[in-house]
Design a binder for this molecule. Structure first.
Ligand SMILES: NC(=O)c1ccc[n+]([C@@H]2O[C@H](COP(=O)([O-])OP(=O)(O)OC[C@H]3O[C@@H](n4cnc5c(N)ncnc54)[C@H](OP(=O)(O)O)[C@@H]3O)[C@@H](O)[C@H]2O)c1
Length: 321
């Protein structure tokens, strides 16, 4: 069967389409025929291998797991003998973080990593959802505790987390301001953003607006800058971005609470936890995926190149035919 394999760390050019053995499901696994897979930040980070910490996990000199890809959707073809929740023919999707293997025609997955896909949801839409939508739910609801009538700012809103975040905020009656580059702002207004800020023209930390909640995918400013535009009881929630800044925030957090009621929170993704909730929203017509481009396994390099430039709108999805 076909898969996108990488044997050494590098840019998208080291990705190769190869024949690999068809995986065999263990007793507590299902074998899924993949129809679509989306690209996440982790795929890029594990591909380039520039982080020493990541190399400790993924192999010091060369990658141990040679097929990337975590957020996928497909049809169950075989079930292991201990599987209770799924049967052959079920259409499923989920996040294989830590296991990977989604850039391929087939993958084996534990049933804990899977949710049933609503019939009306396409495989491409489903593959876009897992990490991005779940991070948005955990950032806005679990940690951010957003409430109707509040004002939210999403920094770096034009990718996966932001495009789901705007829609989830709207459902909760929260007014969203988004920060991103100009080419993405029209799309973000269409997704329901009330106000838009082009970060190349305007510095949101210096305008006079105040927010109850900030959701950040970039973490590219200092705590003081974020606090400048937070209301007195407001919360800053980051899902990721600059590792240096994230580390600083972790160290500063215990001291911050001595001086202010404003809070700093960091989302540690609980994979797949909220897919049932996302299914409910989808079936009620309240949420959709924004997908950039039409890619296949053969054009995965190009898809990864687009993702690496961050010029994509919403999610980059690869169709596996
Ligand atoms: N916490 C966890 O456990 C966990 C797990 C998985 C992933 N993550 C993290 O979650 C995040 C995923 O977010 P995502 O998928 O939505 O990212 P994304 O698709 O890369 O989107 C980020 C957006 O930020 C914009 N941007 C770039 N520079 C900016 C700036 N200076 N100011 C404002 N916006 C800027 C980019 O557009 P332009 O470049 O065109 O401006 C892009 O639209 C990543 O940081 C990832 O590492 C966290």
């Amino acid at each position: 069967v076909k898969a996108i394999v990488y044997e050494k760390y590098g840019g998208p050019e080291v990705l190769e389409l190869k024949d690999v053995p068809k995986p065999v499901a263990g007793d507590n696994e299902v074998l899924v025929k993949i129809h679509a897979v989306s690209i996440n930040d982790w795929d890029l980070a594990l591909l380039d291998g520039t982080s020493f910490v990541n190399r400790l996990i993924s192999g010091l000199f060369k990658p141990k797991k040679k097929i990337l890809g975590s957020d996928f959707a497909g049809t169950i073809e075989e079930v292991g003998k201990d599987i209770t929740q799924f049967k052959i023919g079920d259409e499923v999707y989920g996040d294989l973080s830590g296991q990977w293997g989604g850039f391929a025609e087939y993958v084996c997955a534990n049933e804990k990593a899977l949710a049933k896909k609503p019939n009306t949801m396409s495989f491409q839409e489903a593959a876009a959802i897992p990490q991005a939508a779940v991070l948005a739910v955990q950032g806005l609801i679990d940690l951010g505790k957003m409430k109707a009538g509040e004002k939210l700012l999403i920094n770096g809103a034009g990718g996966g987390v932001g495009t789901y975040g705007i829609q989830i905020a709207n459902i909760h009656g929260v007014e969203t301001t988004v920060v991103d580059s100009e080419p993405k702002l029209d799309m973000l207004r269409q997704m329901g953003a009330k106000h838009t800020i082009d970060y190349q023209k305007e510095d949101f930390t210096k305008n006079r607006q105040e927010y109850d909640l900030i959701l950040d995918t970039k973490t590219n400013r200092s705590v003081i800058e974020y606090f400048n535009v937070l209301k007195p009881n407001g919360a800053y929630v980051t899902v990721g971005g600059s590792m240096g800044k994230l580390f600083q925030f972790l160290l500063l957090r215990p001291f911050i609470s001595l001086f202010t009621k404003k809070k700093v929170k960091i989302v540690m993704l609980k994979p797949n936890k909220d897919l049932a909730y996302i299914n409910e929203l989808y079936e009620a017509g309240q949420i959709r995926s924004v997908i950039d481009g039409h890619y296949t396994l053969e054009t995965t390099k190009e898809a990864m190149e687009l993702f690496a430039t961050a010029r994509h709108k919403g999610k980059v999805v690869i169709s596996v035919l």
